[in-house]
Design a protein. Structure first.
Length: 192
């Protein structure tokens, strides 16, 4: 499907509208299991759920205490840089392995601090973009004193029950779990 097709545009708008729903969703039990099914062969290409980082939630900002929620008050920026997904079938479920690259960058108000803790979510959506389940993951990034930024690769393995759906009928989306101050910041200031 072409990215500029009407269907792709509708899907994009549906995803953006769903962003606001994601910020308030609780984790729906049963959509990601933590049981360890026996290893299965890797599925054929195209049979894994699509994994994507939602652009509007790919960045976040953390503010220094007592600083205004404006660019000079940012202690750290976070960026979900990339995601790679692999999966294998386990009955009516998919065992999904995600490798997520998360970048931390010092902001103007970082001072001497060099470590940040962020939370990002992984959500499963159905063909109609309805959120079927969501889970939060913490990530800690140490930025060396001599560096402006650092990155970590976070590895996640989860089981997604399909409930009779085909693996290609569900999507996996990622984004930062935004607090109200970050949401308001990005309404007024685009990008880092």
């Amino acid at each position: 499907m072409r990215c500029d097709s009407p269907r792709a545009k509708r899907a994009g708008w549906a995803a953006v509208i769903g962003l606001f729903a994601l910020s308030g969703c609780s984790w729906a039990s049963g959509w990601f299991g933590s049981s360890e099914p026996a290893a299965r062969p890797i599925l054929e290409p195209g049979t894994c759920p699509t994994a994507a980082i939602l652009k509007p939630l790919s960045q976040t900002a953390l503010f220094a205490p007592g600083q205004p929620h404006e660019p000079p008050g940012v202690a750290f920026y976070g960026l979900l840089s990339e995601v790679e997904a692999k999966c294998d079938r386990a009955g009516d479920a998919v065992r999904l392995a995600l490798d997520v690259v998360v970048v931390g960058e010092r902001g103007p108000a970082a001072g001497g601090a060099g470590a940040l803790d962020l939370w990002y979510f992984v959500a499963v959506t159905g063909p109609d973009q309805a959120v079927l389940g969501k889970r939060l993951f913490p990530v800690h990034i140490d930025i060396p004193a001599s560096a402006k930024r650092a990155a970590v690769s976070d590895h996640i393995e989860e089981t997604i029950p399909l409930g009779g759906r085909r693996p290609g009928d569900v999507n996996v989306i990622l984004g930062f779990q935004q607090g109200p101050e970050a949401v308001e910041f990005y309404r007024h200031y685009r990008g880092r």
